[in-house]
Design a protein around this ligand. Sequence first.
Ligand SMILES: Cc1ncc(COP(=O)(O)O)c(C=O)c1O
Length: 362
Amino acid sequence: MKLTVPDYILSITPYPPGKPVEELQRETGIERTIKLASNENPLGPSPLAIKAIQAATGRVHRYPDGGGYDLVQRLSIHHKVDPRCIVLGNGSDDMISMLTRAFLQKGDEAIAGTPSFLMYEIMVRSAGATLIQVPLRELAIDLDGFLKKITPKTRMVFICNPNNPTGMAVNRKAFENFLSEVPPNVVVVMDEAYIEFAREPSVARGMDYFGGDFPLVELRTFSKAYGLAGLRVGYGVMPKEIADIIHRVRQPFNVNLLAQLGAVAALEDEAFLKKTVRLTHDGLDYLYNELDKIGITYFPTQTNFFLIDLKKNADVVFQDLLTHGIIVRSMSSYDYPTYIRINVGLPEENRLFIEALKKVLS
Ligand SMILES: Cc1ncc(COP(=O)(O)O)c(C=O)c1O
């Protein structure tokens, strides 16, 4: 085959997703497998969302409402913003894709932390633009470092808050200073996929700064705290001017019917959200405590996942844990060769992880 592909596409490494449980079951024959690798909700979906989805399966022969009217209306009430400021996405990945397609072209620069969420790099490069990567400072996004890298070519910055894969969040003072310094033509993308889990009061929350006269885009997802990762639904809250531009590149039916209905129901299920956040915080406290007992270094988080430094080859520990039916993420490809990242599971899953870790390390 003779294909002509732009160099900037050929240089992209595809996104490596967490290992699916079905794959591990096929490979090892282990029936009880535990996935702590993709920061999903261990409780499953909200029961109200399941009910709404089940009730709508007979309607999937129709296209969904392309504008997602109901979900947009509910979100506008939830966030107290004009519905015209909300754009829905097929996951927040889709939001990142639309933003980069709409604003970036060859010669432009965008800034992100490193390591941070890999889709920023993939999407910026897909648009032919250049991603400038600013190393984290003590595992956190270094906003002063971002400011130093801004040039006349900078069009967009990605603040992963809290940051994936480290779990550290930006504090309000640092974010306010950043907003006061960033040039007004730079789109500030605040990706808050995990903000529902943040417990530290000093954490900056993008929505608190919405409504000013600057191009701030807040990204949220139903994949994590709301338990709907498989449905693919996320959204952005942004000034109307930016939403108008994003709609030009949005696929007409980018959020499917079941995803729209599931998300509306999940948003109403406040009890489920509370339960998820409580389970996450309790799980973190349990895991920190157990790791303290066995003297293992870890990095407290503002999310539902955190890094553990095993001081051993993380790829080897990852493989060893698989033999116990447990899937974690090795951080070797993120330049942390001795770190793994795990997300909080159900109490029993957390206990089995600690048990397996002890065996693997002994
Ligand atoms: C920081 C961050 N942003 C965005 C996403 C994408 O989420 P989704 O496309 O499922 O909404 C993820 C998923 O892991 C993430 O970690």
